[in-house]
Every structure is written in structure tokens, then in C-alpha cells.
Design a protein. Structure first.
Length: 436
């Protein structure tokens, strides 16, 4: 089974349009409609429009705007600040304390923003100026901010976890549980790199000694309601109190109550409109990419591309670990050029059937894909977190690349670890929900 040149024109068009500055959403839509309207008119155009509408009609999709809104409410309600205070309390005594705070806050923000770019933008505004005032270079501050945000979508309830679940038709609760250990490993590995670099450059500490346990306990109590959010969502789903989509709505209500009643930072008259605008902006970009990638997937299915890719890969190897290594290479390259959500939406339907045939656990494969895409977001030429951070901080990309490579290396080490040790991904879902 082979493809003709006419059949692969849309794939060429996507890359051509994207590299010449067209947003990936319009590149995907444009190339798909060009194929079905001009190159192959066997399908009625209205069926493609129907696919566009059907892609938005999923109850599970409601989880995305709810979790995006909860992150926005956390920022305006001071919940993120309480998280940062706790992080500073427990890591401020380390050399390069503010950089350690940056990493730990990103890990906790997995339960808030759920989005690497949202976390990037927030910390670029909040922490990078503070780090510069403390003597850190702008390039290092930008690099650790972008690198640490790579862990955000891996830790529940990251948006990429929700997107993968929708593609794979898997259990969202299990996917969330599968993300914890890889996300924590990513954060811990970056904290080790920060410690090495900070000691070498003699970066300052926030405070000289680890605070007394009474101080840590008092700060934990103050920040308790902020720290409880991600665990509360998982526990609620585990005990059947709400579905994932309902959990997002519960999260929004929880954040409103905590921001308004407990921390007294949230004012509806002042903050409601900015929260709604933030939610619309964050949700629309994610959902538009999902719809565009679904429509592009219709084209790939029409030309039998998934079957061709599956048979080609199975012709190369029947070893699941060699297959995963090949996937790592492909996904890392795609992550360098495409926005993470779009890359995942395009590549997962092609590779997931092969992974399942080779006996790879669906959640293991999903986390390998997501971690790959996040690492790609740090690398030139089109890494989305790289551009977000450099754009906000005005850091030259050449300086950023010089500082970010140690963090890319440590994240690659974590990627290889979870690739060859699937138990790191599957153990928590199996403990919480029972063996799959």
C-alpha cells in the first residue's frame, strides 16, 4: 500500500504554511479543505464541516475550560502566591533558592494552570524580575522558567493529559494518576541541575538555613487550601464524587470560595471579567487546535495513512522498546516545529494503534508522548515555551539556548527512564484503580 504525490500534498502544505508564518490551526484547516475540495472531491464538503462540529460535541471537553478557569481564579485569588510562599519556605535555604522555588512552583501549578505556556507566562512576569534583582542572569532565569514549565502539563490536571485521554478514549482518572511520578521526576531532576549550577556560580540563597519545623508547619497551614487543590481533584474522582468534567467545575467553585472567603484576595466586580477573558483565550486556542487536528485526522484516515504507518513500523521492528525509541526521535523533532497540542493530536492517532499491537500500555505510551512534546517546546526553531518566555522577558534566544541545554539533557534522561521503566507510569494508576 503506497501513497501518491497528490495524496501527500496536504502534509507538505501544512509545513509550508506553518513555516511561512500561518498559525497552525489555519494551516491544518486550509490543507484539509484544499484536499477535499480540489484534489479529491469524492467526499461531500458538508461532511468535513460536520466533522468540525462533531469535534466540539464532547462532554469530556468541558474539563478544559473549567481547569483553565480554575487556574485563572487561582492567580487572581492569591492561591498561586500562597503556593509560592510555601515553596520559598521549604527550598529558600538552598543555593539558588529562587530558581528552586521556580521549579517547585511549576510542579504545584500542574494542578492550577494545567498549561505549560500559561505557567511560563505567569512565572516570567512573577519570578524572572525577582530573580534578576537577586543577581541571577536574565538568560538563566528565563531558561529555568521555561524548562520547569515543561513539567506543568504532565502533572494533573494538565491540559495535555485531557487531550490524550480524548484521543485514546482512555480513563481520565488513570491518565491523571499516571502523570504524577513522571512529572515529579522531571521536577526533581531540574532541581538537581539548578543546585549544581547555583553552587558553581555562587547564586544567592533566599534565607541562610532551613526554617524550624514550626515555621514550615505554620506556612503549610496557611497554604493548605492552595496545596490541597490537585489532590482533592484526584481523590474526588477516585471515590466517585464527580466525573473529570464535573471535577473541573468543582475546582472553579473551590477556587472562588478559597480566593474570596479564605485568602480574601478575590473581588468579583474587579476580577470576574479578566477571569472570563483569560478562560476564553486559554480555552479557544486549545480547542481550536483540537478541532483542526481532528479534521486533519479525517484526511489521514481517508488516505489510510495510519494503516500505512503501522505496517511500515511493524515491518521495521516488533520490539516495543525500539519502537518507543523511534517514537521518541519522531516526537522530539515534531515538538521542535509544531505546537505541543497540535503535534500530539496529529501523531497519536498514527502511532497509538501500533503501540497497542506491540503490547505497550496506553498510559505508558501517552506519558512518553506528552513528555516528548514538552521537551520539544524548549528547543529551537519553534519551541513554544522558548518563544513565550523570551518574548515576555526580552531575553535573546541565543542566550536562552546556551542556558537551557543542561535542563534539556536532564529531561531527556527522565524521558529515557520512563520509556524503559513503564512501571514508573503504571504503578500509581494500578494502586489507585486496580490493575488495568
Amino acid at each position: 500500500m503506497t501513497l501518491t504525490f497528490t495524496q501527500i500534498i496536504p502534509i507538505i502544505m501544512v509545513f509550508f504554511l506553518y513555516f511561512f508564518g500561518m498559525p497552525i490551526v489555519y494551516a491544518l484547516f486550509g490543507s484539509t479543505f484544499f484536499f477535499f475540495l480540489v484534489l479529491d472531491n469524492a467526499t461531500a464538503p458538508w461532511t468535513i464541516l460536520q466533522k468540525v462540529m462533531n469535534s466540539t460535541m464532547s462532554f469530556s471537553l468541558l474539563a478544559i475550560p473549567f481547569f483553565v478557569m480554575s487556574g485563572s481564579v487561582m492567580n487572581f485569588g492569591g492561591i498561586s502566591d500562597k503556593m509560592m510562599d510555601f515553596c520559598e519556605c521549604v527550598t529558600g535555604h538552598m543555593r539558588g533558592g529562587l530558581a528552586q522555588v521556580n521549579v517547585l512552583l511549576s510542579m504545584l501549578m500542574g494542578g492550577c494552570s494545567g498549561s505549560a505556556n500559561a505557567d511560563c507566562a505567569m512565572q516570567s512576569k512573577m519570578l524572572v524580575p525577582a530573580m534578576e534583582r537577586k543577581g541571577y542572569s536574565k538568560a538563566f532565569s528565563a531558561a529555568i522558567t521555561a524548562a520547569s514549565s515543561a513539567a506543568t502539563p504532565v502533572i494533573p490536571p494538565g491540559v495535555n493529559l485531557i487531550i490524550f485521554t480524548l484521543i485514546a478514549q482512555a480513563s481520565l482518572g488513570r491518565t491523571f494518576a499516571a502523570g504524577y511520578i513522571p512529572g515529579i521526576l522531571m521536577s526533581v531532576s531540574m532541581m538537581i541541575v539548578v543546585a549544581i549550577i547555583a553552587k558553581k556560580r555562587n547564586y544567592p540563597k533566599v534565607h541562610e538555613h532551613f526554617p524550624p519545623w514550626s515555621v514550615v508547619g505554620k506556612q503549610a497551614l496557611t497554604s493548605f487550601w492552595a496545596l490541597f487543590f490537585p489532590f482533592g481533584i484526584i481523590l474526588g474522582m477516585r471515590f466517585g464524587l464527580f466525573t473529570p468534567s464535573e471535577g473541573g467545575a468543582v475546582g472553579v467553585l473551590y477556587c472562588f470560595i478559597i480566593g474570596k472567603v479564605v485568602y480574601k484576595r478575590l473581588t468579583l466586580r474587579e476580577h470576574l471579567i479578566p477571569i472570563i477573558l483569560d478562560t476564553i483565550s486559554g480555552t479557544s486556542s486549545v480547542v481550536l487546535i483540537m478541532v483542526a487536528a481532528n479534521v486533519f485526522g479525517q484526511y489521514m484516515t481517508w488516505i489510510n495513512l495510519p494503516k500505512i504507518v503501522a505496517s511500515s513500523i511493524l515491518g521495521l521492528t516488533n520490539n516495543k522498546y525500539i519502537f518507543l525509541l523511534l517514537c521518541n526521535v519522531v516526537l522530539l523533532i515534531m515538538g521542535m516545529f509544531l505546537e505541543g497540542g497540535a503535534a500530539m493530536m496529529i501523531i497519536t492517532p498514527l502511532l497509538l494503534p501500533v503501540a497497542l499491537k506491540l503490547g505497550i500500555n496506553v498510559y505508558h505510551f501517552g506519558l512518553v508522548v506528552i513528555v516528548n512534546i514538552m521537551i520539544g517546546g524548549l528547543t529551537p526553531p519553534f519551541g513554544s515555551m522558548m518563544f513565550t518566555t523570551c518574548g515576555i522577558t526580552n531575553c535573546p534566544i541565543s542566550d536562552f539556548i546556551r542556558e537551557v541545554w543542561p535542563f534539556i539533557v536532564c529531561l531527556l534522561a527522565v524521558l529515557l527512564l520512563i520509556t524503559f521503566c513503564p512501571i514508573l507510569v503504571t504503578i500509581l494508576p494500578d494502586l489507585i484503580y486496580g490493575p488495568a
